[in-house]
Every structure is written in structure tokens, then in C-alpha cells.
Ligand binder design. Structure first.
Ligand SMILES: *Cc1c(COP(=O)(O)O)cnc(C)c1O
Length: 436
């Protein structure tokens, strides 16, 4: 039952009655989707609690160390908890891993040696990895260390180019990198099942190749993780899903003992490996964030499903569409005009609890070939498990929306974005008479 507009605070917060009723009307139809998401989050919540109990997480684990950080009980236990959640032999979970790109670079640079080849069988990797690999020249890239790169694009229908992949695997192929999320591209996100099929195919051709998955934005969006279907290494950022909105920094790698050992020796130093790296004051947020992560990710999934359905009903192209199952938390909406992208992002920003009063504008960010607008009013700077959106100002003028620590915040953000688009005349005045 939709509450009376007048009995809510939406009016006070600048949402018109028309926008409110449109969104509420649609939300009621999403009941069964939301129940599925709740069931998923329940499953993953128990997975996390079970891993914490099995490893006897105790109050002492929350204390942290300083200096060298030898015998850091909390750090070592947390890494066991991650290994159990991902069903891997070992894990590296550290505040010294500064972001997702760093975690991925660490995994690649530590497990590849001069003369090896890296293969991406799923097309172009995430933008920031171009410089890590050396696709765009950069100091310290894999290319500078004589590690070559080959890429096989997805076929036009989004399927794997098995023939091309088979031809690309050679005696130098050492590591295969598979990006789960579409990131800021328009290909479909890969389900864990599809990742499993791809790994199986690759291992049939070359059993000893390391299969690594860029797991950013994918954690806890399904019951299984890529490491459950054969990935040797999964890698991600703690200011996305697994940090649960609380981790203030950090990245993780979970996988085969040898892969993790290589990464630890690279992160700290040969000979030292996992034994050093003080956790300082980060552990309470790492543990509590991980505990909240299944539920926070579920909230972000609900917001994404809601956004897809609202903007689909308003006649915009959305990816994934309103009905598809989800394998990450990112929602793309295509507006076809710069004004649409700007209005959407400004609306999201106006819904923020932090910096809700500022107005984002497009700017020329380093590393991008067009101006980019970002809505990011977050407690943790740059955190994209929090309500956020960004869009490059270039055709087809799409925005990428993600996050929402609470579903209610995600819902409010989408309402605000719609309100802004109505005010700018980008959504036609008679929207409430169309499509529904
Ligand atoms: C976010 C992301 C990265 C990079 O993470 P940063 O923390 O921004 O460095 C890499 N790959 C994918 C798919 C991502 O979504």
C-alpha cells in the first residue's frame, strides 16, 4: 500500500507528487524481485557468519597492530575468513592495498614473469588496467617488464569467441584475466556460471594457466563466487561490495596458496611476504563491513533493479533491463544527450547525505578522453558501494549508477534523479500517463 504523499517527507525533500506516485506505483510491482534479493542476502549473510565463527573471530581480532605488524591476529584471522568465504586456500586482505586497480596490478605483477603472456578472453579490461598492462604506455607497466598481452573480444552477441581464445593460447600464456563486471562498457556482465564455463574451456587447453577474475562489483551478487567455479585467483576492492560501506580503504586477493604468496612477496618484500603489514586501526571496519556486505550489496541490487524499471518505463535504454538477473551492482541508463547525463548525476548528488548541497559539473579527468561528470557524496571518498553515478560526456550519453548503502537511500536517489530530469524538461510532463 502506497502511503499518502502528504504523510511522507518526500515533498519536503523536493520530490513532486507526480514523481512520487510514478515511482511508488512501479516499486509495488517489484515485490518478487526484492524477495529473491532478500533470499540471496540471507544466504550470503550466513556464509559470512559461518566463516567468522569457524575461524573464531574474537574481540582481540579487532585491535590491530602498529610498526612491522608481526603476529597480527586480527589480520591473519580476517584473511582466513576471506579464504573461507571464497573457498580458496589463502587470501591477502590489506589496508596497504590502496584500491581495486592496485589489487589487480599486484596480482598480475606478482604472478607474471618476463617472457610470460597475459590473455584477456573477454575483451578490453577496465580502463585503469590499460596502463598496468601497457596497452597505454606507462612507467612500470607489464610491457616494460617484457610481459606481453593478448586480447580476444567477445562476439557481437556477447558470447565467448572460443575459436579465437583457443588460437590465442600459446606456450607463453601464463595468466588469463576475466573481468566479471561490465565496468563502464556496454557488454553484459558475466554470471558466475559463464565464468565457470570459460575457465573450464581454458583449462582444458592449458591446465596450468592461472585463471584470475576481476571480481569488482560482483561480490555477494550471487550465491557462488568465481572461485567456486575454478578461478585460481579473485581480486577486488574493499571500497566496493565486500567492505560493506565501512572499510575506509583496502583491497583483497583470494586464491591458490602460491598465487597469494607471490602477491604477498610483491606487496611487502621478498622474504617478508604476509608476515608484515600492520593493520593499524582498519580491522573493526574490515570485519564489520564484511559482516554487513551481503545486506549492503542487496540494498544496492534493489536500487539498481528499481532504477532499471523506472527508466525503462520512462522510455530510456537500460542495461541490464528491468527483468534480467543481476551479476553486479552497476546499472547503465542511456539518455542520448549531455543534458540527461548531467541532470541524472546532479539529482543523485542532491540525494547524498554528505555533500548533498554541491552541484557536480563535467570536467576533464586525467586518463579519460572526454569530460566526465561524477555524483559522489560519500562517507568514504570515492566509495562506489555508496550511492553514486558517473557518466562520460560523449555518445551514447549513458550514466552508470551504483550503490546505496540502504535501499531507502537508493530509492530516494533515483527519485531525485527523475525529479531533476522532469525539471529540466528531459522527461516529458505527461510521463505518468505513459507506459504504466
Ligand atoms: C572499480 C573497478 C576496478 C578498479 O578499482 P579502483 O578501486 O577504482 O581502482 C577494476 N575493475 C573493475 C571491473 C572495477 O569495477
Amino acid at each position: 500500500m502506497t502511503p499518502d504523499y502528504e504523510s511522507t517527507l518526500y515533498g519536503t525533500l523536493g520530490i513532486s507528487k507526480e514523481v512520487y506516485l510514478f515511482c511508488e506505483g512501479l516499486w509495488e510491482s517489484l515485490n518478487s524481485r526484492f524477495q529473491e534479493i532478500d533470499a540471496l542476502s540471507e544466504y550470503n549473510q550466513l556464509k559470512v557468519i559461518s566463516a567468522m565463527q569457524k575461524n573464531q573471530v574474537s574481540e582481540a581480532c579487532l585491535l590491530g597492530t602498529t610498526g612491522y605488524g608481526y603476529n597480527d591476529l586480527g589480520r591473519e584471522t580476517l584473511e582466513k575468513v576471506y579464504s573461507d568465504i571464497f573457498h580458496t586456500e589463502d587470501a591477502l586482505v590489506r589496508p596497504q592495498i590502496t584500491c581495486g586497480t592496485h589489487a589487480l596490478a599486484l596480482a598480475l605483477m606478482s604472478n607474471l614473469r618476463p617472457g610470460d603472456e597475459l590473455l584477456s578472453p573477454v575483451g578490453k579490461p577496465y580502463d585503469t588496467l590499460e596502463e598496468v598492462i601497457g596497452i597505454r604506455p606507462s612507467k612500470g607497466s607489464l610491457k616494460e617488464y617484457s610481459i606481453s598481452y593478448s586480447q580476444v573480444d567477445l562476439l557481437s552477441d556477447g558470447s565467448f569467441d572460443y575459436e579465437g581464445i583457443k588460437n590465442a593460447i600459446n606456450e607463453r600464456t601464463k595468466l588469463v584475466t576475466i573481468q566479471r563486471s561490465k565496468g563502464y562498457q556496454t557488454r553484459p556482465t558475466l554470471s558466475v556460471r559463464r565464468i565457470g564455463e570459460l575457465i573450464h574451456f581454458v583449462k582444458d587447453i592449458k591446465p596450468d594457466v592461472i585463471c584470475m577474475v576481476d571480481n569488482c562489483y560482483g561480490e555477494f551478487t550471487e550465491k557462488e563466487e568465481p572461485s567456486d567455479v575454478g578461478a585460481d585467483l579473485v581480486v577486488g576492492s574493499l571500497i566496493k561490495n565486500p567492505g560493506g560501506g565501512l572499510a575506509p580503504i583496502g583491497g583483497y586477493l583470494a586464491g591458490k596458496k602460491e598465487c597469494i604468496e607471490n602477491a604477498a612477496y610483491r606487496l611487502t618484500s621478498p622474504g617478508l611476504g604476509k608476515e608484515v603489514g600492520a593493520s593499524l586501526a582498519a580491522l573493526p571496519a574490515f570485519y564489520q563491513g564484511l559482516f554487513l556486505a551481503p545486506s549492503v550489496t542487496a540494498n544496492a541490487l534493489k536500487a539498481a533493479v528499481f532504477a532499471a524499471n523506472i527508466y525503462e518505463a520512462l522510455g530510456f535504454a537500460v542495461l541490464p533491463d528491468g527483468k534480467e538477473t543481476r551479476h553486479d551492482i552497476i546499472q547503465a541508463v542511456t539518455f542520448g544527450s549531455p543534458e540527461g547525463v548531467v541532470a541524472f548525476c546532479q539529482g543523485i548528488q542532491q540525494a547524498a547525505a554528505v555533500d548533498g548541497h554541491v552541484t557536480p559539473e563535467p570536467w576533464d579527468m586525467p586518463g579519460y578522453d572526454s569530460p566526465v561528470i561524477m555524483a559522489a557524496g560519500a562517507f568514504v571518498s570515492g566509495s562506489s558501494i555508496e550511492l553514486s553515478a558517473d557518466g562520460p560526456i560523449k555518445p551514447p550519453y549513458s550514466v552508470f549508477f551504483q550503490g546505496g548503502l540502504t535501499w531507502q537511500h537508493g530509492k530516494f536517489g533515483i527519485m531525485k534523479s527523475m525529479q531533476k530530469l522532469v525539471e529540466k524538461g528531459i522527461i516529458l510532463k505527461d510521463f505518468d500517463k505513459r507506459n504504466l
